[in-house]
Write a protein that binds this ligand. Structure first.
Ligand code: SF4
Length: 405
């Protein structure tokens, strides 16, 4: 699949006689059971039927993975007509799909405009590994933060994603991968996480999930519902740059695994690499980690550490990292930096990454070096979106030049 450019819409100027656009239908995706029941009753479904209808719809949406209301075979035709008039269950358009030789897939998804806004595009990445498959999900379009090593940090925040838009990244990926095998069985049985291609979800795509807290919480509630998508909360990891005040609530209310984008072991350097550190410095961040609800050796916090040559990769940094994490059940993911156009950073030498990993490992912390994945299809999170925007701009300019002639 390749990027498609709609030149007609690029020239869409308001015309006085154009009919007003039809009001967008409400999406049923991402609603909690309670909200789904309330939406059905509001649409005219008798209140006494609501619970049973919610059960039916939940099964079709999240176990069978249908994307069209007409496919809900055991729902009466009248109700399907009513649902179709009032609601939609559409998933995002796949603008682009790239498949790496190592099986990693990266999608550019487009969601329709909301209100007076414009359609938005986000990235979602699937990383297959031995015995598991991880989907890296976005929570915002762009980001307000400006981590200097991160390509998404160069893109301004457009808006938060809705719960349905977060959930539908998982639905679309599973459908695209053929990971709704139960859809073919008459029973439509729930497939356990370990039997699926997408067995894990990480909120580690575009955006800071704790700056879209309510929507992320609602979405993960749907994703972890045992009668639907049924991903155990232990298979869901939320990664934050360090929004300290929201970390306790994340543990108490979402109960998911926590990852911290750490990347530096002194405030001086972290203020540069992860500027939110100026607001919530390392001592506050580490205190919040030590107090994370449910923390134990079986539920460790993952610390992400991107390896930047000559910046944060010395053995002194490794020793300071060990001191910093003292007493925290932790795993450190060492990430070889994936350069993107325009960055001044370089990836650390492999030998240095190994020496760093060994020192941290000898201190008793698991410190896997994350194998670079999908390097042939993309360099960094946020890049596909930028490419798409560059193409659109290029096409717009070409079109304007043609009009001028
Ligand atoms: S690392 Fe995360 S929080 Fe920082 S700029 Fe990138 S997307 Fe935003």
């Amino acid at each position: 699949m390749s990027a498609t450019i709609d030149l007609t819409s690029a020239d869409a100027r308001p015309r006085p006689s154009a009919p007003a656009p039809a009001p967008a239908k409400r999406s049923l995706l991402g609603l909690s059971r309670e909200a789904l029941g309330a939406a059905l009753v509001e649409a005219g479904v008798p209140a006494r039927q609501a619970k049973m209808r919610v059960q039916q719809l939940w099964h079709w949406l999240y176990v069978r993975g249908v994307s069209d209301i007409s496919e809900m075979a055991n729902v009466s035709r009248d109700l399907r007509t009513l649902l179709d008039e009032k609601f939609e269950i559409a998933r995002p358009e796949i603008v682009e799909e790239q498949i790496s030789v190592d099986g990693t897939r990266k999608w550019l998804f487009r969601f329709p405009a909301r209100g007076a806004g414009r359609p938005v595009e986000i990235e979602t990445v699937y990383i297959p590994e031995e015995g598991r498959g991880t989907l890296c999900v976005s929570s915002q379009v762009g980001c307000t933060l400006t981590c200097t090593f991160c390509h998404t940090g160069t893109q301004r925040l457009v808006r938060n994603l809705e719960p349905g838009e977060i959930v539908s990244q998982l639905l679309t990926a599973r459908a695209r991968l053929g990971d709704f095998p139960d859809a073919a069985t008459p029973q439509g049985a729930i497939v356990p996480s370990e039997g699926r291609l997408v067995s894990n979800v990480v909120m580690m795509g575009m955006g800071e999930p704790l700056y879209n807290y309510d929507n992320v919480k609602s979405a993960l509630g749907v994703v972890s519902d045992g009668d639907g998508l049924a991903l155990s909360r232990r298979r869901i990891t939320l990664s934050t740059s360090g929004v300290v005040p929201m970390i306790p609530r994340t543990g108490e209310e979402m109960g998911v695994m926590l990852a911290i984008s750490l990347h530096a072991v002194t405030d001086e350097l972290r203020d540069v690499l992860v500027p939110i550190n100026k607001k919530y410095p390392l001592n506050e961040l580490m205190a919040a980690c030590r107090a994370y609800p449910g923390l134990s050796n079986a539920r460790r916090i993952t610390f992400e550490y991107v390896m930047l040559k000559g910046v944060n990769d010395s053995l002194a940094d490794a020793r300071q990292l060990v001191r910093l994490l003292h007493g925290i059940p932790a795993k450190i993911n060492l990430i070889p930096f994936n350069p993107w156009p325009g960055t001044d950073y370089e990836c650390s030498d492999w030998d240095q990454i190994e020496r760093f990993a060994e020192l941290v490992n000898q201190a008793g912390y698991a410190s896997p070096i994350r194998t670079p994945r999908g390097r042939d299809i993309f360099a960094a999170c946020g890049q596909l979106k930028s490419e798409s925007e560059r193409m659109k701009k290029g096409d717009r300019l070409a079109m304007e030049a043609a009009i001028a002639v």
